[in-house]
Write a protein that binds this ligand. Structure first.
Ligand SMILES: [Zn+2]
Length: 85
């Protein structure tokens, strides 16, 4: 299996698990504290299984980096301020 296949099958596994949680009615609930997750968190990561409070510091940092990257990509797609008046 190539690295991208491994990544894809991991992603498909996460989607399966999210669908299973929808079936059971536990989708959107943190698996650690059983509290509903922040709506923003689910929007940013629909496959999230833990609320922000229950992420480790490393996981929080990785998530912030992902969000920052997404922001930069988004702002790169928007027309920048014109240099000429
Ligand atoms: Zn939690």
């Amino acid at each position: 299996m190539s690295p991208s296949d491994t990544h894809l099958s991991a992603l498909l596994g996460q989607v399966d698990s999210a669908l299973e949680r929808m079936d059971k009615g536990t989708y959107g609930l943190c698996e650690t504290c059983r509290e509903p997750m922040e709506p923003d968190r689910l929007l940013a990561d629909p496959l999230a299984r833990y609320c922000l409070e229950d992420l480790t510091q490393d996981e929080q940092r990785a998530l912030e980096e992902d969000l920052e990257l997404a922001r930069r990509i988004q702002s790169g797609l928007l027309p920048g301020p014109s240099l000429r008046a």
